[in-house]
Structure formats: C-alpha cells, structure tokens
Design a protein around this ligand. Structure first.
Ligand SMILES: [Zn+2]
Length: 512
C-alpha cells in the first residue's frame, strides 16, 4: 500500500498551477471554503458527474433522476430535522476571537480521533481538558451549538416568515418529490431516485482544500425498498465475490486492523446487516476502482453506536486514505422510513405507495443512501493519478481515459512548415468532433509531451515531414510513452480502441 505522494497543500498548488482549481476570488484575498474550477478542472468534474450518472442512472432500470432547486420550503428542513439538529460544536477564543470546531480542536490539540463522538462527548472533552486557542493560546469560550445551514431571505422584505435556507443536502428534495417521481416514472419497489447538485454547509473552519468546503456538489441516491423485504436483494449475485477492506464496528471496538473480505463473507458473518447494504457498498467502491482508483487506498468502515445519525439504523462509510488520514468519501446510511414519515407528518400529505401484493398502503424504507461529494471524488482521482516520472522528469497525470479532461493532443513536429501545421490542424479539427483535443505548437516536441502528460492527455498525435509522404502520423501513449505509426484515415478507429483500453502496440506499426 503506497500512500499518496503529495500533501493536500501540494495537491492544491498543483491544481492551481495546471488550471484545475483556484481559490475563489483570490484577487480579493479569497474566501475560505469556496473554490473555482479552471478549464481542466471543470472538464474533470463534468466527466466524474457524467460517469456517475451513466453508471447509476442510465445503465440501470431501477433508478431515475431529478434535479431539484437549491432553495426549498423551510418546512422541508423542519421536517428533516436540519433546522433543529444540523449543528456543530463551536468554541471561540475569548482574546483573539478565532473560531474553532470542537471536534477539530480535539483532534489537533489532544490527538484523539473524534469519529464516533457525540456532541455531548465533544463538549465534555473540551471542558475537561481546558483546551486553549490554537492561534494565541488563550482561554476559549464554553462550547455552543451552531447550525450549519446558510440562511437567506425570499422576497424583497426580510420578515420572520421570509427566511429560507440553501439546502445542506440534496436528499430532502428527493423525499419531498417522492410520490410524484415514483408515480410518473411508474417505478416498482425496489427503486432509486438520484440527483446531482450543489449543497451548502456553513462550516466553522473549512479546510483540506476541496475536502471540507462550504459550497460543494453531491451525487446522491435514495434507494427505496418494501419495508418487509429488507433483505430481499435480487441483485446480490453481481457483487458476492467482490472484495473490499472492511473495518466493522466490532473490529474498531477490539482495536483490530481492517480485513480484506468478500461481500459474501460479510453477509454470512453478519458483519454487514442487510444484503442491500452490501450490494451498494460494493457498487460504490467498484465505481471508483473501475475509473482507475487504487483499491488499496479504500476501506469501508461501519459507524460505531455513538456516531449513528438520529435517523440511521446502520451506516457504513466508504473511506479513502488521504495524506491527512482515512476520511469519509460517502456515508451509506440505512435511513429506514424516517424521512418519508417526517414529511408525511409535517406536510399532511400521503406519500405512501400502494402495494399490489398485500393490497395495502406502505411507506418504503431507504435501505441505503449513497451520497458522494463530487469534489472528494475529484481529489481521489487526482491523488491516485498523480505520478512523478523520474526518467521523463515530469509529472504524469494517469487519469482514466474516461476522466481525462483532455483526451488528445495534436502537434505539428515543426511550426515553420506550413503544410505540416495545416495537416495537423485539420486532424485536430476532425478529432474534436469526437473527443476533447488540444493543439500545441509551442516549444520542442519533448516539452509539448511533458505539458500534455501533466494535463493527463491520454494520447498525443504528431504530424511530421514523413506524414506529408505516407499520410500517417505518430500516436504516443501517455502512460507507456509507446509510439505507433497510424494511417491518418484510420486515426479515429485506432483512437477509439485505444481510449477504450486496448494496447497501443496492437493498433499500429510500433516506432522503435
Ligand atoms: Zn486566540
């Protein structure tokens, strides 16, 4: 297991230097927890979202999508529990006024892992240990609760009834629309409703670059099952042999190390309580690995009793080993019928479904709620793709071809021969119809290859003097630097196969 080669700050610097991510409004000093995506960043981010949607919506018959609004009726947050319960512990310095999150202070000052600690425990630990200000060392205020929702007002005049909130999660919009979506799409249980969109959390201290932000994007799904068919997962065979690093609540209690186990073992040993949960954990894990992430950097960890949310029966986190430790990528909660019941009660609207079999109305259970931050996925793919190649003396960003922001680079070998430049440009324009492509005439060909490697360009096509004679061009692989000579008329076919994972040396005449 090799750890990520960069620190999070080095990754932030790389992302800025190559045009992936910038601190928002940096010319005014920036604003903590908000980031802007540059030309490569937006391409990567869009590719991540596209792949997620393709895998979990387009390629499934049991999932449909929605796109809800960011501001929603404030009663939604009353019903969901966010208005009263979505809080963090805040302490501030009595002298310098610096503000800190309670759990972060405990981790930084007392070096104690806070995953699994309740709000009460965090408060107690802070008071007991008389933790001091991280900045100036002075005394801190007593811990208080702080709601993480951003508030705003709807309409021109601020009144007590005009208050509204930017959504802190996408899930509730799915619940509020549940009945309409289910009926319109004629969905039969079990089924899922998915959504990708922005969410906002007014974090006390955003940090670790894209890891903890105030504005972020979620790729989320609520998967509903019949309340009596919790363990009836007709799709489980697809994942039974799939293996993952597992860290159960039991293992954590006994200070045991994580263990590589198959889904089959987890279910038969009752480590994972329901088949549906095992199924979705494996699907989410497999999505990352299928897009090039290194499985040794992942584990699934069960929440211990104290960290279970108010609504959850069982929660597993998919975690990744970041340079700053194992951190949550997504939490997969079994939310039961908590949310639908809350909305039924608060809205006085019937959100139940009619069960043909029992001829009764039922309220489905959310067996699992895979919820993935787009930016956290972005970080995972960047960390696992980043390689410094000593022999090339440059960074090679080995992003999966489906994720690479720019798939192709087209270069005329020299920039002072008109016919070569024109032919290269023609090829570039032609390829752009199918893939993202960059056209680069600046500097030596070696320099241009290095630049392309750092952007993650999957294949480079070079047009040279010979091309004018033999109507061929050289195709170079980013990952192996292998080069083959290919007829220009066959370029599209060859590139299509190469981008799908075939070896370049099998697709053309190898250049020695
Ligand atoms: Zn202070």
């Amino acid at each position: 297991m090799d750890k990520p080669k960069l620190t999070i700050d080095e990754m932030a610097a790389f992302c800025k230097r190559k045009g992936f991510v910038y601190l928002n409004s940096e010319i005014y000093g920036g604003i903590a927890g908000f980031f802007d995506f540059g030309h490569l960043g937006v391409e990567l981010k869009n590719n991540i979202k596209k792949e997620w949607w393709k895998t979990f919506v387009h390629q499934r018959d049991d999932v449909v999508g929605i796109d809800g609004s960011i501001i929603t009726h404030p009663m939604v947050w009353k019903a969901s529990g966010h208005a009263d319960g979505f809080t963090d512990i805040l302490v501030d310095c009595k002298k310098c006024g610096s503000r800190f999150r309670g759990d972060q202070l405990i981790e930084d000052k007392l070096k104690i892992e806070t995953a699994g600690m309740s709000m009460e425990e965090i408060s107690k630990k802070l008071s007991e240990n008389k933790v001091k200000c991280l900045k100036c060392g002075n005394e801190l205020s007593s811990p208080k609760r702080f709601n993480l929702m951003f508030s705003t007002h709807v309409g021109p005049i601020e009144t007590s009834s005009s208050a509204a909130f930017l959504r802190p999660e996408t899930a509730q919009v799915i619940f509020a629309n549940f009945r309409l979506v289910a009926e319109n799409a004629r969905l039969k249980l079990p089924f899922g409703i998915a959504q990708i969109g922005k969410s906002f959390r007014n974090e006390i201290s955003p940090r670790d670059f894209l890891f903890r932000m105030r504005e972020f994007e979620q790729m989320e799904m609520e998967y509903f099952v019949h309340p009596d068919k919790y363990d009836d997962c007709p799709l489980i065979d697809e994942v039974l042999d799939y293996e993952m690093n597992i860290l159960s609540a039991e293992m954590q209690k006994n200070s045991k190390k994580m263990q590589k186990l198959s889904v089959k073992e987890c279910i038969s040993k009752k480590i994972i309580k329901t088949k549906w949960h095992g199924y979705w954990l494996a699907q989410m894990h497999r999505w990352f690995v299928g897009l090039g992430a290194d499985p040794s950097h992942f584990r699934i960890r069960q929440h211990v009793k104290d960290e279970l949310s108010h609504y959850a029966l069982d929660t597993w986190d998919l975690e990744y080993e970041f340079p700053f430790g194992w951190k949550e990528l997504q939490g997969l909660s079994n939310r039961t019928d908590f949310d639908l019941k809350q909305h039924i009660e608060h809205s006085k609207t019937d959100l139940s479904l009619f069960d043909e079999e029992s001829k009764k109305k039922i309220i489905p259970h959310v067996i699992c709620e895979p919820s993935q931050g787009v930016e956290r996925a972005f970080l995972v793919f960047m960390f696992d793709a980043y390689h410094f190649d000593k022999s090339r003396d440059n960074v090679v960003l080995k992003l999966h071809p489906k994720l690479a922001p720019v798939k192709l680079g087209v270069f005329p070998l020299v920039s002072n021969k008109k016919e070569i430049v024109e032919l290269a440009k023609k090829i570039h324009n032609d390829l752009k119809e199918c893939w993202t492509s960059t056209f680069d005439t600046g500097g030596s060909i070696g320099r241009r290859y290095a630049r392309a490697d750092e952007m993650g360009v999957y294949a480079c096509i070079t047009v040279d003097f010979e091309s004018l004679e033999d109507n061929s061009a050289t195709v170079r692989s980013r990952d192996t630097t292998e080069q083959v000579r290919v007829k220009i008329s066959e370029l599209k076919d060859v590139l299509e196969k190469f981008l799908k994972g075939e070896r370049l040396s099998k697709l053309g005449k190898v250049v020695e």
